[in-house]
Design a protein around this ligand. Structure first.
Ligand code: PMP
Ligand code: GLN
Length: 378
């Protein structure tokens, strides 16, 4: 067989979830809720199937869902996306990301990714024949715009932005987006903006979507996912919003990769989006979980890093152990009984830091049991 991605193993999320299951650990590794979705959303799915929405939808997605997405983006971010022309429903954020990257880069192009970087960016870029160029964040996980500028070459074609940021929990500021706009305009870059945690932003901060910034919006593929927003990661439904030329390029590939996405979920999500309350309540919902978890972890020697958004808490464990991150995450899972994700999984090159990430999208009793084990075992 021709070997694609020869240096790529199984994703760190799969590895750690398997290890957690094998050892009966509380799984705070892979990011997914351990509680149910809103019964109203589940009912809407049943209703959609009973109503006969079980055949192919239009290639670009169910119109009612595209309309709901466009209306939400336009009112939240002051954008002007057209539901028919500019919104495409995808099989989760993952497919949105890889298809967007394939639509805008090709052989020999370089794509900047901000490290630590979500693990699908690197292989998605390589599969397009392009070269991922990792730009390290600052020591406290801010985007280092001077380093971004310094990494640009005549071959740089695109940059992948992720805010709120997995795994650090940092949220980009308006100044960050201004800096990005200046660089993107100067070097004529495409932006693939991963905003799957757009509705999880804490302490009154505002999510800075590329859609809010006209200069960025016109060169960006905005990627989001209903899995995160509505606690249904297994549904794998998301969307990409992009201006007309970019959407046209995206759809040329989309039609021959997935063609369409699961029809009944799209109808259910369209109906559910009629009420803004669920996504409007999400930041407060997760902020309360973050606070509970941080308070519990304060009784351990783990050093808590700032968490401004997402459902991830990153910690520095150097007061506990000098093991490298992957070894520590394995030890924590097998000996302490709590699974975490080593940040090493988010870099192209080995790192010196001692950081792991916990997911707090969990029931109160799950978080309490994890904290009990961490307090007893560290
Ligand atoms: N981007 C980031 C930063 C993520 O954390 C995730 C979820 N793991 C995705 C993309 C993929 O989203 P989905 O599960 O909808 O494919
Ligand atoms: N995005 C999730 C995380 O960061 C996991 C998704 C996956 O398992 N690929 O944990």
């Amino acid at each position: 067989l021709p070997t694609k991605l020869p240096h790529t193993g199984t994703t760190i999320f799969t590895v750690m979830s398997a290890l957690a299951a094998e050892h009966g650990a509380v799984n705070l590794g892979q990011g997914f809720p351990d509680f149910g979705a809103d019964p109203a959303l589940l009912q809407a799915l049943t209703d959609a199937m009973a109503a006969g929405h079980n055949q192919y939808p239009p290639m670009t997605g169910v119109p009612a869902l595209r309309q709901a997405v466009a209306a939400k983006l336009n009112s939240l971010y002051g954008a002007h996306y057209d539901a028919d022309r500019d919104i495409t429903i995808t099989a989760g954020g993952t497919q949105g990301l890889i298809t967007a990257l394939h639509a805008c880069v090709g052989a020999g192009d370089e794509v900047l990714i901000i490290e630590p970087a979500y693990d699908s960016y690197d292989p998605a870029i390589r599969l397009a024949g392009a070269v991922p160029v990792g730009v390290p964040m600052t020591a406290d996980y801010r985007i280092d715009w001077a380093a971004v500028q310094a990494a640009i070459t005549p071959r740089t074609r695109a940059l992948v932005l992720n805010t709120p940021h997995n795994p650090s929990g940092r949220v980009a500021t308006a100044d960050d987006l201004q800096a990005l706009a200046a660089i993107a305009e100067q070097h004529d870059l495409f932006i693939v903006s991963d905003e799957v945690y757009e509705h999880m932003v804490f302490d009154g901060a505002q999510h800075e979507s590329v859609a809010r910034h006209p200069a960025l919006r016109e060169r960006s593929f905005l990627v989001s996912s209903f899995g995160k927003t509505f606690h249904v990661t297994g549904w794998k439904v998301g969307f990409v919003a992009a201006p007309p030329a970019l959407s046209a390029a995206f759809r040329r590939l989309h039609q021959y990769t997935v063609f369409t996405v699961h029809t009944p979920s799209q109808h259910a999500l369209a109906a559910y989006l009629a009420d803004p309350a669920p996504w409007q309540a999400l930041s407060n919902f997760y902020q309360a979980k973050r606070d509970t978890f941080r308070t519990a972890l304060a009784a351990t020697p783990l050093k808590l890093l700032p968490c401004e958004g997402t459902y991830f808490q990153t910690v520095d464990y150097s007061a506990v152990s000098d093991l490298p991150e992957l070894d520590f995450a394995r030890w924590l899972t097998t000996e302490v009984g709590v699974a975490a994700i080593p940040l090493a999984g988010f870099y192209q090159r080995p790192q010196e830091r001692r950081h792991v990430r916990f997911c707090f999208a969990k029931r109160e009793d799950t978080l309490a049991e994890a904290a009990r084990r961490l307090v007893a075992g560290l």
